[in-house]
Design a protein around this ligand. Sequence first.
Ligand code: CUA
Length: 339
Amino acid sequence: MLRDPVYFDAVPLALVSLVLLLLTACGGGHYPQSVFHAEADFSRELDGLFRNIFAWAVGVFVVVEALLLVAIARFRARPGGPEPKPVHGHTALEIGWTLAPALILVFIAVPTMRTIFDTAGHAPEGALRVEVIGHQWWWEYRYPTLDISTANELHIPAGMPIQVEMTSADVIHSFWIPRLAGKRDLIQGRTNRIAFRTDSTGEYWGQCAEFCGASHANMRLRVIAQSDSVFQRWVDRQRAAPVTPAKGSVEETGQQIFRRSACIGCHTITGIANAKVGPDLSHVGGRGTIAGALFPNTTESLHRWISNAPSLKPGALMPPQSLQGADLDAVVAYLQSLK
Ligand code: CUA
């Protein structure tokens, strides 16, 4: 049979290209949801465990492949060579290949168990308590000791342990901020806990990590870790009463329309409406994102969201609103004023 020289050149070339392509995936260090850039005690512990197990796996791979190559090179059939000698049983070899994997499993199991207990969710004394409630498809955050309720954006002080206590208002969700902590399930009628502490201020993105319906993939979350003084200013703002619009302003018109609209059937604005179906809007204007941290909190997003939320987020429980023109503008202006 004739050999096709093109075929023999193409195979190594294709392999090299494939490896290069795969390696490009390792290049970036700036993925906002990369577990390889841990910034909290919880995530660092998971990262360490992963690297430990990965090192063992690489070791096993190298030894097994090396033995395989040696066997292929030394013991392959050669023309005119002798028949191989049949072998039955090799006590030393069999004890060896039973003990070695058992030992490796012990070296993997011990740090794994330790990590499971270390990340079981018990924060040290003096931790800040945050209750997280999963909803289809947004996150509710309550700070019971600070008397604050907010949504989608979790503010935490850097350098302080955070005790997260979570549950769900409907189906099972999962709380996951890859660079900080998680995953852990939120289950209705039960409280699961996570404790973590980050020393770096900054913004961290997360994601619901348990399939929870049509907009599971649109259930994002944002964590903002702040220095003590900045966090305290945020707390003070959240605890203050919502802004009262100036007499005769467009915001005041917006507030009046809001009071008469269907909005009050689902949302809270302290002193104006008191329903708990959707996010608390008392300080919605101060948030960077809306709708499960999915869209930037801009005039345009608010317009589109209020007009037809399900078109932006499949299955969203907020029905399209009939507000239009100047009325819609006024409501948006009012919401934006609620810093
Ligand atoms: Cu909530 Cu997936």
